[in-house]
Structure formats: structure tokens, C-alpha cells
Design a protein around this ligand. Structure first.
Ligand SMILES: *[C@@H]1O[C@H](CO)[C@@H](O)[C@H](O)[C@H]1NC(C)=O
Ligand SMILES: *[C@@H]1O[C@H](CO)[C@@H](O)[C@H](O)[C@H]1NC(C)=O
Ligand SMILES: *[C@@H]1O[C@H](CO)[C@@H](O)[C@H](O)[C@H]1NC(C)=O
Ligand SMILES: *[C@@H]1O[C@H](CO)[C@@H](O)[C@H](O)[C@H]1NC(C)=O
Ligand SMILES: *[C@@H]1O[C@H](CO)[C@@H](O)[C@H](O)[C@H]1NC(C)=O
Ligand SMILES: *[C@@H]1O[C@H](CO)[C@@H](O)[C@H](O)[C@H]1NC(C)=O
Ligand SMILES: *[C@@H]1O[C@H](CO)[C@@H](O)[C@H](O)[C@H]1NC(C)=O
Ligand SMILES: *[C@@H]1O[C@H](CO)[C@@H](O)[C@H](O)[C@H]1NC(C)=O
Ligand SMILES: *[C@@H]1O[C@H](CO)[C@@H](O)[C@H](O)[C@H]1NC(C)=O
Ligand SMILES: *[C@@H]1O[C@H](CO)[C@@H](O)[C@H](O)[C@H]1NC(C)=O
Ligand SMILES: *[C@@H]1O[C@H](CO)[C@@H](O)[C@H](O)[C@H]1NC(C)=O
Ligand SMILES: *[C@@H]1O[C@H](CO)[C@@H](O)[C@H](O)[C@H]1NC(C)=O
Length: 732
């Protein structure tokens, strides 16, 4: 015993040497975003997951009105003319037959109210902050453009979350540094330039800051790259007022019924004035001679009490980002790899890790465009939540996943009402697909007939349970807390999945649909039955739910097991010996342009999903190869490519797996923004989340893969790649 301790002590330093930890700071810094002019399509961003600020090349929103968005800033537009809230509350959509039974959905019916419900509530752009140039003689605002700047340089220090710009204007250097607070929705701005002083500099120009507040309404479904409209013609559609209270100054912005406060605090005495009587623009100039202007600008729906100072905001950014980079999982596939693709893949990983933390780490599920701009009115989609968030589990960021994963508990009651009262199912909860923090289902046929979002909570619950299990005997109570947190959600999710499956007395199996939409949303809902992906996902989900009951020591409801064991077999295209999208689709769908677009979910059968009962791995492989050969990938986007990579990886096609991750149709711009696709605008963050999910899985492995131990990286080629991982978790 004693000897073995000495032995261990002797070995310990050797052990450390041979597994020197990854030089994370080196790798993160290697991909520091830098710009010398604004990108008209994407901002450089800082933020904290619940709040983000998008900047042009000045590290503010001077020349381009990039957005300031949050997880909490929402508003309702006025109702259509002559309509009342009763019309909204009494809205009833169409009823369609489900196996002879009429089921009521949230689509159809009153078109005016349907459109209002689709567009409301919508997400608010909290406002714009930019540099202001004033002519000293006339006191008039000068129209300075980006062309008037020279020696422009902007960088984003990913390790600390500090964004800074330097440029020359009027022969004078201007430095701007911007950071985001981590606990509240606030930025700090520090400007250093002799142009700030009213008196001392020789220049005819004074430098200051302006704030501006846009109007926006639900007519703006997709808003990329900017949110809202600053046109003076819309001045009367909203109000702003400058208020002073208890030593703080704030601008109160009212849009219809919603109120947002923008508080400005500074150690410098400020002169804040409205730009003109018909503008929502406010000009801020220092009253005294100074070379430095430091401001904290914070956003809230309530009157501010105390705002932190610049040092506190900056420190919170430095601390949170350093902790994020040092404590999370990490992959180094650059150092020591000879494959020329490694550098770009590492860049995508580092920049995606940054942007997910800025845009997708909030207390609500994120929208596809995160906090950059608005898509679908700023609402979020629960089917995409898997791609937005499951990677947190693999990268050892459970606290971030936990911020939003309780959404299922929040939505449980209304989802039970939806299933029982509105739709007449005997049991369970049907979660909304497109929604907002209220949990109301947005109208639309696809929104209400898609089903692949339903098993997601079972997978997320499983990942949280595994994370709790890894804490082992040190925190035994954690497993029980996770089991209890999810118990009702798991039960009601599986209940609905089992009653949605409909027993077909002719075939003696349980059918999924009709009516329903498949993942690619491109088949006729009234004829779509037994889609391959959804059948496999149902089996997988019900299996996870059964395990949950066993862990809780509760009896597994017999219906779950009966349905799981008797679901229809996966449909097969007998002409080609491969799986088919759904049962009864024509075998030549492979040459029909209507069906070979959009998400190729058939490759998810073995890749995204682990093998499920009844799945033939050889048919799944032929199916994946058929898709590689025939699909119209120019009409794919985002997570399609990581999904293809995961399928290739599970089929031991590791070269191909890397190719898919770097496919020319799957792009990330200079700051790492995931480029959209034919039907989705930029950025499209499910692509970033899926990239992180796939790379973690390929590097760390999956249940049953050969390489769960560090260094094996079962999803990467053996030649040319040197993969090191720290703190990642195995994929299911
Ligand atoms: C600005 O950046 C572009 C792209 O990185 C580069 O090609 C160009 O040389 C830079 N221009 C200056 C003036 O630094
Ligand atoms: C919008 O109106 C609905 C009622 O239709 C209400 O439930 C919701 O809380 C409102 N949301 C906001 C942000 O005002
Ligand atoms: C609203 O109602 C008023 C009074 O009934 C009517 O004159 C007006 O045309 C209606 N407006 C619309 C848009 O329906
Ligand atoms: C589906 O069937 C319902 C009747 O159950 C019908 O009202 C609806 O128009 C059909 N939808 C489509 C897209 O054909
Ligand atoms: C400022 O200058 C730009 C470029 O010349 C011009 O497009 C813009 O309309 C001007 N803005 C104002 C407010 O004069
Ligand atoms: C501006 O920033 C640059 C780069 O960080 C620095 O070298 C320089 O000293 C700064 N100038 C002023 C006036 O702060
Ligand atoms: C808003 O202000 C309250 C009270 O100061 C604070 O508790 C809360 O964190 C703030 N919210 C945000 C989003 O900054
Ligand atoms: C602005 O308000 C006016 C008057 O209420 C209204 O007619 C107009 O539609 C509004 N514009 C927008 C873009 O909401
Ligand atoms: C504040 O700014 C306004 C508008 O530029 C100006 O008229 C006023 O004199 C300034 N007040 C002080 C105290 O500097
Ligand atoms: C039962 O399944 C068969 C074969 O899939 C199908 O043709 C039939 O329509 C199903 N019955 C009902 C009532 O849905
Ligand atoms: C179980 O399935 C049977 C037969 O389909 C059904 O009658 C019963 O309501 C189901 N029980 C629950 C709790 O869903
Ligand atoms: C992949 O290779 C491993 C080890 O060589 C093997 O055990 C496994 O069956 C292969 N998987 C597939 C899907 O071919």
C-alpha cells in the first residue's frame, strides 16, 4: 500500500508530461476575428447568451444599424383594425381528420387573427449606439461615413470578450473598446481620443455618442441583416422620453404597450439631448475636457436601480470568458495534424464555440438567427432546439444547457391542454413547434403538423442524467434531482407519443400519421404515414422514457412498450433496396425534384440517431450512399451537413465525414457566422450547433464506438489527423 503510493507519486509528473494539456489560449487566439472595414451582412458581436450587441467596424453601430437583441425583449403589435383581444382569445383553427377523428389545429380560420398570432409577440431591437461627430462651430451633426476613416483596425479578443477598434479621423486617432456584462443586459464603451474634448483639440470636430431607437412591427418576418426601421416618417408610431432619476439618466422607449429603458451612466459629466423634436435619436457629449469617455449602457424592462461601472462590466466579461474557455470541453485537431483541412475546421469550432455562447446561451431556446437579427419574427422553433442546444451536453457546458432546458417544464401545462382539450388525445403533452416565451403555438400547417420535435426532451433529459451520473459518489443527490426535474415531462411526452401512434387493425402495427409533416416539410400531410426517421426516433424516445421510469423505480406504462414494440417497420424502397422517406411514397421519388431537397433525414437513421431496434445497418448505409449520389445538396443548409458527417462517421467513412463538415455549401464567414441557405437567412445557428455536436461526437466517440478513450477519435481519419480532446462527453 505504502509502496504503491510512492510509486504513484513517482509516476505522476511523467503522466503530466505525457499528457500536457492543450494550449487553449494559443488556439483561441489563433482565430481572433479582425476586420478593417464593416461587413454589410454580419456584425462582430459581444454578449452573454441572453443579450448581444452587434457592431460594425467601429465596435459600435455607427455606420450600420446592427441589432441589440435579448431573450426578454418582446412586444405585441396593435390588433388589426376593428378587432379585439376577444377575437384573439377565441381564435379556433381548422379541424382535420386523423383516422376518422376530427382534430383541431392552430391554423386556418380567421386569416387576420391567424396572421397576428403568427407575428406576435415579436422580438424587439433594444436600440442602436454609435459614434457622433459634431461641428464645433455650428453645433450641427456632421455626416461622417466609413470612407472618412483611415487606418481602420478592429479585433475581437475571444478569450476575454473585449472588442476594440482603432482608426484615424480628422487626422486624430480614435480608440473604441466595447464589452458585454455577463449577468445583466449591458455594454461598456470606452472611447479614447482628443476629439472628445470640447476645448483642447485643434480639430473643428467633436466626438460623442448617439443612441437611436427603431420602430418595428410584425410585417418584418425575416429582418437580416438589420432589425427595425429608423425612418423619421415612423416617428409618431412609438415614443421615447429622456428621464433623470436618482443620479441616473435613462431613455424610456414605448412601443405599443411595451416599455424598455436604456440607462446611461458615466463618471464623466454628460450632456444628453434629443437630436431633433422629430427624432428618437439622442446625442451624448462630454461636458468637460477629456480624452476618455467611458459609458455603461444598460437595457431593461424595469426602471434601473444601480448600474455597474465600466471596470465591473469588463471584469465580468473577462472572468466569464476565461472560465468558459478553460473549464469547458476542448478539441485540438490543429496541432500536429498534417491534413490541410484541419486549420479551417479548428477555426469553425473556435468561432462557433464563441458565437453559441453569445447568441444561444439564454434562458429561452434561441431563434435560428440567435441574437443577431430576427427570423420568423424573433420566435423560436422547438424542433431546432436539439441542434441549438444538445452540443452543450457534449462540450461539458451543463449549466448553460440548464438555463433553457426547463422550457419543457414551463410549457408542460399548456402542452397537456393542447393535447387533451384542443386536440382530444386521451393522454400526454404535445409541445408547440414555433413559439415564444409564452409557449403559445404559432399558427401554420407545418408548425402544427410536424412531429420530430416531440422526442427531443427525452434526449436532453438523458444527457442531463449522464452528466449528473459523471459526478459519481461526490454528488449522489444530483442524479435524483435530474430524474425528478424531468419525470413529468418524460411521462407526458411518452404518453403523447404512444397515443399519437395509431393502431392499424389491418396491419396490426402502430402507424405514425396521417396527417403529419416529415422533417423536410415537403410531403403531402394527409398522405404521409410511417416516415422512416420519425419511426426510428419514436422507438428511440420511448426506449429512453422506459429507462427513465426504471431509474425512478416506477412501473413503465404498458402502452409505451406495446407501441414501441409494434410500431410499423421502417418503409423500404424495394426497387433500390434502401429506406424510403415514408410508407407508400413512389419508389422513383429519388428522381423527383420535389422530394430530394431540404433536410435528408434518412441519413439520420444511423448517424444522428444510434442504431434503433429493427434498423438494418447495411440498408442504412446503402441509403446514405444513395443520398450522397442523388440528393440536390444545393438546396440543403446548416445542420444537413453535420448530419451527413455523423452518418458517414458511424459508417466508418471518416474521410467523407470531414468532407461534409467542410462542404463548399456549408460556410462560416470571417467572424464565424454560419451562412444561411436558399430558404434561410444568415446567420443560421443550427448549423453551428450541429457542427459542434458532430465534431464532439467524431472526436470523443459515441456509445459503442471503438474510440471512447481519448486519442482514438473514431469519426476522424487515422491518417493526417492528430486529435486531442479534453472534457468532452460521449454522444448517445
Ligand atoms: C483589409 O483586409 C483585407 C482582407 O483581410 C486585406 O486583403 C486588406 O489588405 C486589408 N487592407 C488594409 C488596408 O489593411
Ligand atoms: C401578447 O399578447 C398575448 C395575448 O394575446 C399575451 O399573452 C402576451 O403576454 C403578450 N406578450 C407581450 C410581450 O406583450
Ligand atoms: C371599422 O369599423 C368602422 C365602423 O364600423 C368602419 O367604418 C370601418 O370601415 C371599419 N374598418 C375596417 C378596416 O374594417
Ligand atoms: C387534409 O384533409 C383535411 C380534411 O381532413 C382537409 O380539410 C385539408 O384540406 C387537407 N389538406 C391538404 C393539404 O390536402
Ligand atoms: C450621409 O452621407 C452618405 C454618403 O454620402 C449619404 O448616403 C447619406 O444619405 C448622408 N446622410 C445624411 C443624413 O445626410
Ligand atoms: C489605441 O489602441 C492601440 C492599440 O490597442 C494602442 O496601441 C494605442 O496606444 C491606443 N491609443 C490611445 C490614444 O489610447
Ligand atoms: C433588470 O433590472 C433588475 C433590477 O435591477 C435586475 O435584477 C435584472 O437582472 C435586470 N435585467 C437585465 C436583463 O439586465
Ligand atoms: C405607423 O402609424 C400609422 C398611424 O397609426 C399607421 O397608419 C402606419 O401603418 C404605421 N406604420 C407602421 C409601419 O407600422
Ligand atoms: C448640451 O447640448 C446642447 C445641444 O448640442 C447645447 O445646446 C447645450 O448648450 C449643451 N449644454 C451644455 C451644458 O453643454
Ligand atoms: C392501415 O395500413 C394500411 C397499410 O399501410 C393502409 O393502407 C391503411 O390505410 C391503414 N388503415 C387506416 C384506417 O389508416
Ligand atoms: C393504452 O392503450 C389503450 C388501447 O389503445 C387505450 O385504450 C388506453 O387509453 C391507453 N392508456 C393510456 C394511459 O394512454
Ligand atoms: C466500423 O469499423 C469497426 C472497427 O473496424 C467495426 O467494428 C464496425 O462494425 C464498423 N462499422 C460499420 C458500420 O461498418
Amino acid at each position: 500500500m505504502f509502496l504503491s503510493i510512492i510509486y504513484l507519486l513517482l509516476l505522476f509528473p511523467l503522466f503530466l508530461l505525457s499528457t500536457a494539456s492543450i494550449d487553449r489560449h494559443f488556439l483561441v487566439s489563433r482565430y481572433t476575428p479582425a476586420r478593417n472595414s464593416s461587413n454589410p451582412n454580419t456584425p462582430m458581436q459581444i454578449g452573454n447568451g441572453n443579450f448581444a450587441f452587434g457592431a460594425d467596424v467601429t465596435s459600435l453601430q455607427t455606420f450600420l444599424p446592427f441589432a441589440t437583441l435579448s431573450s426578454w425583449g418582446w412586444k405585441n403589435d396593435t390588433l388589426p383594425p376593428n378587432r379585439t383581444i376577444e377575437d384573439v382569445l377565441n381564435y379556433k383553427g381548422a379541424s382535420w381528420f386523423n383516422h376518422g377523428r376530427l382534430v383541431q389545429y392552430d391554423f386556418g380560420g380567421d386569416p387576420e387573427i391567424e396572421q397576428w398570432l403568427t407575428a406576435n409577440p415579436n422580438r424587439v431591437n433594444l436600440g442602436r449606439v454609435g459614434l457622433l461627430w459634431v461641428d464645433k462651430g455650428s453645433g450641427e451633426t456632421k455626416n461622417v461615413t466609413e470612407n472618412d476613416l483611415s487606418d481602420v483596425h478592429q479585433t475581437l479578443d475571444l478569450w476575454t470578450g473585449i472588442m476594440s477598434s482603432q482608426f484615424t479621423c480628422d487626422s486624430t486617432i480614435v480608440n473604441v473598446t466595447t464589452t458585454s456584462a455577463q449577468d445583466i443586459s449591458a455594454i461598456s464603451v470606452t472611447i479614447v481620443s482628443s476629439l472628445l474634448s470640447p476645448g483642447t483639440s485643434n480639430s473643428s470636430t467633436r466626438l460623442g455618442v448617439f443612441l437611436d431607437f427603431p420602430w418595428a412591427d410584425g410585417s418584418q418576418k425575416f429582418s437580416a441583416p438589420f432589425v427595425g426601421n429608423y425612418s423619421p416618417s415612423l416617428f409618431a408610431n412609438h415614443t421615447t422620453t429622456l428621464e433623470h432619476s436618482d443620479g441616473s439618466t435613462q431613455i424610456k422607449h414605448q412601443i405599443v404597450d411595451a416599455i424598455f429603458y436604456t440607462a446611461v451612466s458615466s463618471t464623466t459629466k454628460l450632456n444628453i439631448t434629443r437630436d431633433s423634436p422629430i427624432a428618437h435619436r439622442y446625442n451624448i457629449l462630454p461636458r468637460t475636457n477629456t480624452d476618455t469617455l467611458s459609458l455603461v449602457i444598460s437595457y431593461n424592462s424595469t426602471l434601473p436601480n444601480k448600474t455597474p461601472d465600466v471596470a465591473e462590466v469588463t471584469q465580468s466579461s473577462v472572468d466569464a470568458w476565461e472560465e468558459y474557455w478553460t473549464e469547458s470541453g476542448f478539441v485540438d485537431l490543429f496541432t500536429g495534424s498534417t491534413d490541410s483541412r484541419a486549420d479551417e475546421l479548428q477555426r469553425r469550432i473556435i468561432l462557433s464555440r464563441y458565437l453559441m455562447r453569445v447568441n444561444e446561451a439564454g434562458e429561452n431556446p434561441p431563434q435560428e438567427s440567435g441574437l443577431v437579427n430576427n427570423g420568423w419574427y424573433g420566435k423560436f422553433h422547438m424542433e431546432e432546439y436539439f441542434w441549438h442546444s444538445a452540443h452543450w451536453a457534449l462540450w461539458n457546458n451543463l449549466p448553460i444547457l440548464l438555463r433553457s432546458s426547463s422550457i419543457y417544464n414551463k410549457f408542460l401545462f399548456t402542452s397537456i391542454i393542447r393535447a387533451h382539450v384542443q386536440q382530444g388525445y386521451s393522454s400526454g403533452a404535445r409541445f408547440p413547434k414555433m413559439t415564444d416565451p409564452s409557449g403559445r403555438s404559432s399558427p401554420g400547417e407545418i408548425n402544427n403538423l410536424l412531429i420530430w420535435e416531440q422526442p427531443h426532451p427525452l434526449v436532453l433529459a438523458e444527457y442531463e442524467y449522464r452528466a449528473a451520473s459523471r459526478l459519481g459518489t461526490s454528488r449522489p443527490e444530483q442524479k435524483m434531482l435530474v430524474l425528478e426535474k424531468w419525470a413529468d415531462v418524460v411521462r407526458e411526452t411518452a404518453n403523447w407519443m404512444s397515443v399519437f401512434a395509431w393502431f392499424n387493425e389491418t396491419t396490426n402495427v402502430y402507424d405514425l400519421g396521417p396527417p403529419m409533416y416529415v422533417v423536410a416539410e415537403d410531403t403531402l400531410p394527409n398522405v404521409t404515414v410511417n416516415p422512416a426517421f420519425e419511426l426510428a426516433y419514436w422507438r428511440f424516445g420511448l426506449e429512453l422514457a422506459e429507462m427513465w421510469m426504471n431509474r425512478l423505480g416506477e412501473e413503465v406504462p404498458i402502452n409505451w412498450t406495446i407501441v414501441k414494440n409494434n410500431l410499423a417497420p421502417l418503409p423500404i424502397d424495394t426497387d433500390h433496396g434502401v429506406y424510403a422517406v415514408y410508407e407508400g411514397i413512389e419508389n422513383d421519388f429519388w428522381i423527383d425534384p420535389a422530394y430530394i431537397n431540404d433536410h435528408p433525414a434518412l441519413v439520420g437513421l444511423h448517424g444522428w440517431l444510434p442504431p434503433t431496434p429493427g434498423l438494418s445497418l447495411s440498408i442504412a448505409k446503402l441509403t446514405a450512399e444513395k443520398i450522397w449520389a442523388t440528393w440536390n445538396f444545393s438546396n440543403c443548409w446548416g445542420w444537413d451537413f453535420p448530419m451527413l458527417a455523423m452518418s458517414a462517421a458511424r459508417n466508418n467513412e471518416t474521410e467523407k465525414a470531414v468532407d461534409w463538415l467542410l462542404d463548399p455549401l456549408f460556410q462560416f464567414d470571417d467572424v464565424g457566422m454560419p451562412i444561411g441557405g436558399v430558404r434561410v437567412p444568415t446567420p443560421y445557428f443550427p448549423g453551428s450547433g450541429a457542427l459542434l455536436y458532430a465534431t464532439a461526437m467524431m472526436a470523443q466517440g459515441w456509445d459503442g464506438s471503438e474510440g471512447n478513450r481519448e486519442g482514438k477519435a473514431p469519426g476522424f481519419p487515422k491518417e493526417g489527423w492528430n486529435i486531442r480532446v479534453e472534457g468532452l462527453s460521449t454522444a448517445l
